[in-house]
Design a protein around this ligand. Structure first.
Ligand SMILES: Cc1cc2nc3c(=O)[nH]c(=O)nc-3n(C[C@H](O)[C@H](O)[C@H](O)COP(=O)(O)OP(=O)(O)OC[C@H]3O[C@@H](n4cnc5c(N)ncnc54)[C@H](O)[C@@H]3O)c2cc1C
Length: 434
C-alpha cells in the first residue's frame, strides 16, 4: 500500500487533516470517504488490514431479520438500504443468497414469521437480484432429504454474502487511490493534544522504528479497542461510552449439502444459527454470543461454543456433526455499543459517533456492522467537516455510486444489463472502474 518514503518514516513529522486509528471496515471506510472529499488522511493499522473483527464476521450484508424482534426498525431499514448500495458498488464480492428457515412451530408461530418476512421485504425496497420471501412445504423439495422429518414447512428470503476481508482491502485500495496514506503494521502508541493539534506517536512494526505525525483531528475506529485507545491515552472519563465485547465463533465442517443456499436454524434459547456453503468443499456454521473480557486478538472458540454449534446442526439436519468434524474455526469479538441491555443478543447492533471538541477534536466510533460501514463513514466525515469548519466537498453521490475495484468485464456487462441502460451515468461509472 501507500508506504511513504524513507524520510517520512525517519521521524520527520508529517501534517494531516485526519489520522484514523484502525484498519478494519469502519476505519478504511472513513479513510476512503475522507480522502475522496479532499481531506489529507493517514490511516494507522497495528496489524494487517482487516485482521480483527472485520474478517471474523458471519460475512453477511443484511438487514438483520432477527433485529425486528427487538424493534430496531430504523437499523433494519438503513441496513437494507445499504445492502442495495453495496450490491451496486461491489457485486464481485457481494452475492445475493437464499436463506431457508425451517419452521419450528413451538418457537415462533408461522403467522409471526410470515409477518416478519413481509415487513423485511417491505422495508427493503428490493434490489432486482433479490427475490421476495415465500413459505413452502418441505416435502418433495431438495430440503426433504436433508432436514429432519419433524419439519413440515419452511420459509425462504433473500440476503447477501460478502467476502469481508476483501471488502476491507478494496476500500483501503480505493482510499489510497484517492490520496490516503494507508499504513498497515503501524500502531498508534500514543496520542496527545499539543498546540491545537494531535501529536501521534507511531510504532512501525516492520522496521521497528518509531516516528511522529501531527494531525488536526484524530479518528478512533479501533473496533474492540476503541475504549482502550481512549483509556491508554487518558482521553476517557466516567461519562465516556463503552463497548460490550461479545465473542462470536464459527466452525467449518465438510460440506453438509449441495446448493448455494443457506439455512437459518432457530434455537430453543431464541437465538438463530446460520449454515452457509463455504469455499466449495465446506459448510460454515455460526455464530455464538459469549461475553468476553480478554484481549480481542486472543479470542478462540470454547468447548461450550463447539457443543452449541454442533447441537444446532444436529437438531435440524439428518447428517450429524461433532467436535471431530471441525476442519477449522474462527472467533471474533463484536464491539457492541453498550446500551445497558443484560442479554448479549439484545444489545443493539447500531453505532454511535462521538465527537469531543475541546482542544484538538477527536471522533470515536462505538459499535457498527459491516453492512452499515459506508453510511457510518459518510456520517463520520460529515461530522469531521463540521468540526474542522471547512466546507464539505459536496459530492454526496461520489462515494455512494463509485464502485470498488476488481470487477471483471463479465460482471461489469451484467451490471450494465441490470441497469437496463436507464442510468447511462451509472453505467459509464461502472465501465470506467472495471
Ligand atoms: C462473530 C461476528 C459475526 C458478525 N457478523 C456480521 C455480519 O454477518 N454482518 C455484519 O454486517 N456485521 C457482522 N459483524 C459485525 C462486524 O464484523 C463488526 O461490527 C465490524 O467488523 C467492526 O469493524 P471495525 O472496523 O469497527 O473493527 P475491527 O475490524 O476490529 O478493526 C479495528 C482495527 O483497529 C486496529 N487497532 C486497534 N488499536 C490500534 C492502534 N492503537 N493502532 C493501530 N491500529 C489499531 C485493530 O488491529 C483492528 O484491525 C459480526 C461480528 C462478529 C464478531
Amino acid at each position: 500500500m501507500n508506504h511513504d518514503n524513507k524520510t517520512e518514516s525517519h521521524n520527520v513529522r508529517a501534517n494531516f487533516d485526519i489520522c484514523v486509528i484502525g484498519g478494519g471496515i469502519n476505519g478504511v471506510g472513513i479513510a476512503r470517504d475522507a480522502a475522496g472529499r479532499g481531506l489529507s488522511t493517514v490511516l494507522l493499522e497495528k496489524g494487517d488490514l482487516g485482521n480483527a473483527t472485520s474478517s471474523m464476521s458471519s460475512k453477511m450484508i443484511h438487514g438483520g431479520l432477527r433485529y425486528l424482534e427487538y424493534y430496531e426498525f430504523g437499523l433494519v431499514r438503513s441496513s437494507l438500504k445499504e445492502r442495495n448500495v453495496l450490491l451496486r458498488i461491489a457485486p464481485h464480492i457481494i452475492k445475493p443468497m437464499r436463506f431457508i428457515l425451517p419452521h419450528e412451530p413451538y418457537l415462533r408461530p408461522a403467522w409471526l414469521i410470515r409477518m416478519g418476512l413481509f415487513f423485511y421485504d417491505f422495508l427493503a425496497v428490493r434490489h432486482k437480484s433479490l427475490k421476495r420471501s415465500t413459505g413452502f412445504k418441505i416435502k418433495k423439495t431438495v430440503h426433504e432429504n436433508l432436514l429432519n422429518d419433524s419439519y413440515k414447512t419452511a420459509f425462504s428470503y433473500a440476503d447477501c454474502w460478502v467476502e469481508d476481508s476483501r471488502l476491507v482491502v478494496l476500500n483501503a485500495m480505493d482510499a489510497a487511490k484517492k490520496g490516503a496514506h494507508i499504513r498497515s503494521y503501524n500502531e498508534c502508541v500514543s496520542a496527545v493534544r499539543k498546540g491545537g493539534r494531535w501529536l501521534v506517536t507511531v510504532q512501525d512494526h516492520i522496521t521497528g522504528s518509531e516516528y511522529c505525525i501531527t494531525t488536526k483531528m484524530l479518528v478512533n475506529a479501533a473496533g474492540p479497542w476503541v475504549r482502550s485507545v481512549l483509556d491508554d491515552n487518558k482521553l476517557s472519563d466516567d461519562k465516556t461510552l463503552n463497548v460490550r465485547l461479545v465473542k462470536g465463533s464459527h466452525i467449518i465442517v465438510d460440506k453438509l449439502y449441495e446448493g448455494g443456499h443457506a439455512y437459518l436454524l432457530q434455537q430453543p434459547d431464541g437465538r438463530v444459527v446460520f449454515v452457509w456453503p463455504y469455499e466449495g468443499k465446506y459448510s460454515l456454521v455460526g455464530t455464538t454470543e459469549e461475553q468476553y473480557d480478554g484481549d480481542p486478538k486472543e479470542a478462540i472458540i470454547s468447548n461450550a461454543e463447539i457443543d452449541y454449534l454442533c447441537a444446532s446442526v444436529n437438531r435440524s439436519f439428518k447428517k450429524t456433526i461433532s467436535g471431530d468434524s471441525i476442519v477449522w474455526s474462527y472467533s471474533g469479538v463484536r464491539p457492541l455499543l453498550d446500551d445497558g441491555e443484560e442479554k448479549t443478543s439484545a444489545v443493539t447492533r447500531d453505532y454511535k459517533l462521538v465527537v469531543e471538541d475541546e482542544g484538538a477534536p477527536l471522533l470515536s466510533v462505538f459499535g457498527g456492522k459491516i453492512t452499515t460501514y459506508r453510511k457510518l463513514a459518510e456520517k463520520a466525515v460529515a461530522k469531521i467537516f463540521d468540526v474542522l469548519d471547512v466546507e464539505i466537498r459536496r459530492e454526496d453521490g461520489l462515494i455512494k455510486s463509485l464502485c470498488l475495484e476488481g470487477m471483471s468485464l463479465t460482471v461489469t456487462l451484467m451490471h450494465f444489463w441490470m441497469l437496463n441502460v436507464r442510468n447511462i451515468g451509472g453505467c459509464l461509472r461502472i465501465c470506467l472502474c472495471a
